[in-house]
Design a protein around this ligand. Sequence first.
Ligand SMILES: Nc1nc2c(c(=O)[nH]1)N[C@H]1C(S)=C(S)[C@@H](COP(=O)(O)OP(=O)(O)OC[C@H]3O[C@@H](n4cnc5c(=O)[nH]c(N)nc54)[C@H](O)[C@@H]3O)O[C@H]1N2
Ligand SMILES: Nc1nc2c(c(=O)[nH]1)N[C@H]1C(S)=C(S)[C@@H](COP(=O)(O)OP(=O)(O)OC[C@H]3O[C@@H](n4cnc5c(=O)[nH]c(N)nc54)[C@H](O)[C@@H]3O)O[C@H]1N2
Ligand SMILES: [Mo]
Length: 550
Amino acid sequence: MFGAGGGTSSYQEVVESDLIVMWGSNARNAHPIFFQHVLRAVRRNAKLYVVDPRRTETAQWADLWLGPEVGTDIALANTMARVIIEQDLVHHEFIERATVGFDTFAASVAAWTLERGEAVTGVPAWAIEEMAVAYARADRAQMCWTLGITEHHNGTDNVLALINLALLCGHVGRYGAGLNPLRGQNNVQGGGDMGAIPNRLPGFQDMADAEVQQRFTAAWNHPIRAQHGLHLAQMFEAMDEGGLKALYVIGENPAQSEANTAQAVQRLGRLDHLVVQDIVLTRTAALADVVLPATAAWCETEGTVTNSERRVQRVRQAVQPPAGARDDIAIIAAVSERLGRSLGATDSEAVWNEVRALSPMHRGMSYERLEALGGIQWPCYHEDRLEPSFLHGRLWATDPTERGARAPFSIVQDESPVDQLTADFPLRLTTGRRLDSYNSGVQSGAFLSPLRQGETIDLSPHDAETLGVTEGDLVRVVSRRGALVAPVRLDRGLRSGLAFMTMHFPDEVATNDLTIDALDPKSGTAEFKATAIRIERHDTDPPAAPAVDN
Ligand SMILES: Nc1nc2c(c(=O)[nH]1)N[C@H]1C(S)=C(S)[C@@H](COP(=O)(O)OP(=O)(O)OC[C@H]3O[C@@H](n4cnc5c(=O)[nH]c(N)nc54)[C@H](O)[C@@H]3O)O[C@H]1N2
Ligand SMILES: Nc1nc2c(c(=O)[nH]1)N[C@H]1C(S)=C(S)[C@@H](COP(=O)(O)OP(=O)(O)OC[C@H]3O[C@@H](n4cnc5c(=O)[nH]c(N)nc54)[C@H](O)[C@@H]3O)O[C@H]1N2
Ligand SMILES: [Mo]
């Protein structure tokens, strides 16, 4: 919508805001450091609103928790938009100056009365109205979201629905007001910034732009093809048709983290050649033709990471890597060398200086300056000054020649999850994270054993009673793709009809055997957050958990 993939505010602006929305984000568990900033704001009397089907630990800190049915976020956002428009709380000046398409958007949400919003989302009308009014009236409001919004077949539309709310109220492009998708890993932002996405060169530069093509062609002595690549999930689809024959996986464990893993593993088996470059021998690595042992980027090498506030920070080597392991970049350069091309110097500062030479938004960030300032946010075009800590300030420029492109309102329709609830599959399973474990478990599985709880299927006390099971009982969880056995955990934060599992313990309980691989066609993200299941009693002993060997 705004031309760059990054959260618009700095963390300090979050601390100094008046109202924070955490939408589909369990930051208390999944972004605990960011959440410390949120709590600092709360202690300064900022209001906190949490929108999550589960009453999470994050929600326990909120002034108001809204618990919509899974997959009804567009209905909720559109209902709020109507409240804001009806009560004339919109920011007329901002809409006039900086946006397009307000009238058609207003017409598209006209049917979203509070009654209809409540009926579709399950959130009481008064709560929808209260949050809408508070968001619109706040001077500095932050909208933060994560996977509860994006991991749906219409995740992009969900994001657009939230952006519409910010556009209505002028909550972007100003100090303290912003739109913030919190990034998953320490360097997801940096990965995208460096062009590890199918359609952009480093610095989000357009591959089709002639000037950009020329600059990269000159630097790399190789023509740039303006060809849109495949998203991760599209790569797996392409393996089916033989459209993808070789895969080089670096720092990803798709044999456990892809939705519908039985199918994903089958597809990996169809490849002519699979290369895995990782710091441990993962399940995916076990399937590979070649495994390339890498050093851990966060402690065994030099480099940079970029966090959710777009801040580039130095990473330094703290420990010696195990014998035989090499830097990721050194391995890539060696592979390239064998393919007949040298990548030039690969020490981290030389690589960074190449980034600075090619990506204008990184130009001003020398290693020396990154050290001196303790990190710098992008964009940073000049070596002698810094840009504002927030993005898109030009939306507010009074002089039209200085104003950036207008931000369009989007018309987004409410859609149900692909995996439908039926009499055979009557429960909604959503999946996510817990504080004590990390992603596919390979980095947290064995080491955190005193803390980790192991996988459970979390049920509401009411559903457990109906099913005749209680805490600790083993149950069989069945979806349209697979089945597994897991112990029950009771969670009062769950509504009846909603169940929760993590993805952290696939050696013991392979949650992604259940999940659906329906994709958002725009982002390529799978619908991890909405699976239809049923639960059966399981009266035999559990199979012994295999030893964790990493
Ligand atoms: N401890 C720990 N921290 C992590 C990770 C980890 O594995 N462990 N992983 C990292 C990564 S890669 C990422 S991407 C982030 C993810 O961070 P989060 O997105 O916060 O984590 P999740 O638990 O996957 O999902 C967030 C919430 O979405 C809610 N949700 C589900 N469906 C819906 C819906 O339809 N609407 C709404 N509004 N909400 C919904 C879930 O109930 C859940 O509480 O965490 C990062 N941090
Ligand atoms: N059911 C369900 N499934 C999900 C999700 C969900 O919410 N629910 N969330 C999805 C999301 S948001 C994500 S991000 C994915 C995560 O899925 P993955 O990225 O597949 O999971 P990780 O366990 O983070 O795997 C990272 C791998 O990188 C390796 N690694 C770590 N550091 C380095 C390094 O410096 N160099 C190299 N070469 N390797 C390294 C680790 O050993 C590990 O094998 O899972 C997705 N799958
Ligand atoms: Mo993630």
